[in-house]
Design a protein. Structure first.
Length: 420
């Protein structure tokens, strides 16, 4: 990893990569901050959290967490306790929720790094209660309620059954949440059904903040925003409004090195299977990236189908033939002589090639593109080092308990028994 605070030229990117890497992945932390602030402004007065699971969608969770924390983000969501541990090492104060839930014998791990499970099952809730009673830990937890995804979460009936526990106080629940099925579809009737179901049950969790909207859900309007919104992919430049122009800034720039320039005659084929045939004398640039680096084989071209494009010397050039594990052939015949040379860098993502465009060629979604980018790149971070928050962050809950084992506090009163 190569960290830089100022803008990097193409020459600097190239110099950083040539010695040992076939490509350079640049993450613009300032763009992530700008995206978070746009989402925060859209959701006011709701709190804008940040989902940084899967290593911040491939962008680097510690680096992203530090930048967003400096910008004023107070709550993060990750998928696993191990992800939470890495984020906690980077940011000692913000609240961290673990979406993967609670399992027996994991309580000490949660307490040690002061993070909170997102509980989506009555068995999890019972196990969490046992740990809290025995240890005296009161770090809090979220309750996930299923309103239509049919994946994780308490059913509406199960959630209704624990309302007496909430009304009794000392329940330790710090957030109630659900997840949208079709938030990116503005006119989906599922959105209205989920909103009605969640609004009804969340209103009975008296005094507990509620969260429903993901990245796309934020743009469904104020009724979906509740007390907190949880953007993920939009922070990293994926379009949260696919039925309209992308309101987010591009975050990731990916460049790869040309390792060879070669010419072939008309009628010759390129790559595995010989599926792409030159229709004229053709000049090729071979670049040192392939599907092992997260550039999907599905973006290949053949004699009947045009594949993805890359930018070489400022001009879009098509992929020629199948993408292999470590290499891609690019047709650069239309470039001026000597515009591309061995050692030059080409752009696979950035300079107008968006994550969503690449996802189209890959036959997938932007989420998978970002989380698939490999670890063979030289990774560069720019921006994000000197950031003034919009407002002074409020002190986190249980700040004195962070990064420590459960304190020897008085045993809390036992909560009402769970429904059978």
């Amino acid at each position: 990893m190569i960290s830089q605070s100022g803008p990097l030229s193409a020459e600097a990117n190239q110099a950083a990569a040539l010695a040992a890497y076939g490509g350079v992945l640049t993450v613009d932390l300032d763009a992530i901050i700008a995206n978070w602030r746009k989402l925060e402004k859209t959701a006011v007065p709701a709190e804008c959290a940040a989902v940084i699971k899967a290593d911040a969608y491939g962008c680097g969770a510690p680096e992203v967490a530090r930048a967003l924390s400096r910008a004023g983000c107070k709550t993060f969501f990750v998928a696993t306790i191990e992800e939470a541990r890495k984020v906690r090492e980077a940011v000692p104060e913000p609240t961290i929720y673990v979406l993967g839930g609670y399992f027996q014998n994991t309580g000490e791990h949660y307490a040690k790094i002061n993070c909170r499970p997102v509980i989506g099952d009555l068995n999890e809730l019972a196990e969490w209660d046992v740990f809290c009673r025995r240890s005296g830990w009161n770090g809090g937890a979220a309750v996930h309620i299923d309103t239509g995804m049919n994946r994780l979460g308490l059913t509406l009936a199960e959630a209704q059954a624990i309302i007496p526990r909430i009304n009794a106080g000392d329940h330790g629940i710090t957030l109630v949440m659900s997840h949208l099925v079709s938030g990116e579809q503005l006119n989906s009737p599922v959105n209205a059904r989920q909103l009605a179901a969640f609004r009804g049950i969340a209103s009975e969790f008296s005094g507990v903040p509620a969260a429903l909207a993901n990245s796309s859900g934020i743009f469904l309007g104020a009724p979906f925003q509740f007390d907190m919104v949880r953007p993920g992919a939009a922070l990293y430049g994926v379009n949260p409004t696919p039925e309209a122009d992308n309101p987010m800034q591009q975050v990731v720039d990916l460049k790869a090195r040309i390792v060879q320039i070669r010419t072939i005659d008309r009628g010759e084929s390129v790559g595995y299977g010989g599926t792409w045939t030159a229709r004229r004398p053709t000049k090729l640039a071979i670049i040192a990236v392939g599907y092992a680096d997260g550039y999907f084989r599905a973006a290949s071209s053949n004699d009947g189908t045009r594949g993805a494009e890359v930018i070489v010397a400022g001009k879009r050039c098509p992929v020629a033939g199948r993408i292999s594990m470590d290499l891609i052939a690019i047709d650069i015949t239309d470039l001026p002589p000597n515009a591309a040379r061995r050692g030059h860098m080409v752009t696979l993502l950035g300079d107008g090639i968006t994550v969503d465009e690449l996802a189209h060629h890959f036959g997938t979604i932007g989420y998978e593109v970002l989380t698939s980018l490999g670890h063979r790149y030289a990774r560069i971070y720019k921006g994000g080092n000197v950031v003034e928050p919009l407002a002074k962050p409020a002190p986190p809950a249980q700040a004195s308990e962070q990064l420590s084992s459960p304190p020897p506090v008085e045993q809390p009163a036992s909560p009402p028994p769970l429904p059978s």
